[in-house]
Design a protein around this ligand. Structure first.
Ligand code: GSH
Length: 214
C-alpha cells in the first residue's frame, strides 16, 4: 500500500478519457510506472480556466503537481519522466534530426490539432460544409496520406535501443482517435494500421483505451 504522503503528493492528470492529447500522458504514466489521480473535465465548452486546472488556453490535458500545474501533453510527459524512477530512454521531438522523422512528428501533432478543430466545431454546432471546415478536412487527408507513405521510414529511423518515443505515442493516439470519434475511416491506411496493431499490444495502450467518461 502506498504511504499516505505519497498519495497526498500524487500528481493529478486533468483531462478526459476520450481525448487523444490526454491519452498521450496516460500512456507515458503507465510506461513510466508513475501513479496519478485523474480529474475529468466534464464540460469542454466551459470558459472558466479553473475547470482546466488554471490553463488559460482552456485545453486539456494539464498536470497538477505540488510544484505547480503543467500545461499540455509534451510538458506533462516530460514531467512524468522526471518523476519516474525508471529512467527509460525516451526519444523526444527535439531529438528528431532528419526531415522524415521531424516532419512526421510535426504532421502527427498538426493532424491531432486539426482533428480537435473539426470535432469541436461539430460539438459546437458549426456547419461542416463551410469553406474552412472543408479545407481542414483536405489538410487532414493530405497529412494522413503523407504519414501512410512515410511513417514506416520515420519509425525505422528512430534509435533502435529506445524504450519509447513521443512520435510513436502520438501517432498511435492520432490514428486510434480518428476512428473512435468517427472523423475519418482509417481501414485504408495499411501501414498506419500495422504500426497501431504492434503498439496496441503494450499494456499502456490496453489500459488507456478511449471511452467517454460518464
Ligand atoms: N497543445 C495542447 C493541445 C491540447 C488540446 O487541443 N486538447 C483538446 C482535447 S484533445 C482540447 O482541450 N480541446 C478543447 C477546445 O478545443 O476547446 C497539447 O499538446 O496538449
Amino acid at each position: 500500500m502506498p504511504a499516505q504522503s505519497d498519495v497526498a503528493n500524487r500528481s493529478v492528470i486533468i483531462g478526459r478519457s476520450s481525448s487523444h492529447f490526454t491519452r498521450i500522458t496516460r500512456i507515458f504514466a503507465a510506461e513510466l510506472g508513475v501513479a496519478y489521480d485523474f480529474q475529468v473535465v466534464r464540460d469542454l465548452m466551459s470558459s472558466n480556466a479553473e475547470d482546466y486546472g488554471g490553463n488559460p488556453a482552456l485545453r486539456i490535458p494539464n498536470l497538477k503537481t505540488p510544484q505547480g500545474v503543467w500545461f499540455g501533453a509534451l510538458n506533462i510527459s516530460r514531467e512524468l519522466w522526471r518523476q519516474s524512477g525508471r529512467k527509460l530512454h525516451v526519444v523526444w521531438p527535439e531529438d528528431l534530426d532528419a526531415p522524415v522523422t521531424a516532419n512526421a512528428q510535426e504532421l502527427v501533432l498538426q493532424a491531432m490539432a486539426t482533428e480537435v478543430s473539426l470535432v469541436m466545431a461539430k460539438v459546437g454546432g458549426a456547419s461542416e460544409g463551410g469553406a474552412h471546415p472543408v479545407k481542414l478536412r483536405t489538410s487532414l487527408l493530405n497529412m494522413l496520406a503523407w504519414l501512410e507513405e512515410n511513417a514506416e521510414a520515420a519509425l525505422a529511423a528512430l534509435p533502435a535501443q529506445r524504450d519509447l518515443s513521443y512520435l510513436e505515442v502520438t501517432l498511435f493516439c492520432l490514428v486510434q482517435h480518428l476512428e473512435f470519434r468517427e472523423v475519418l475511416p482509417t481501414a485504408g491506411y495499411a501501414a498506419l494500421n500495422r504500426f497501431c496493431q504492434r503498439f496496441a499490444a503494450r499494456a499502456s495502450a490496453k489500459e488507456t483505451a478511449f471511452r467517454f467518461d460518464t
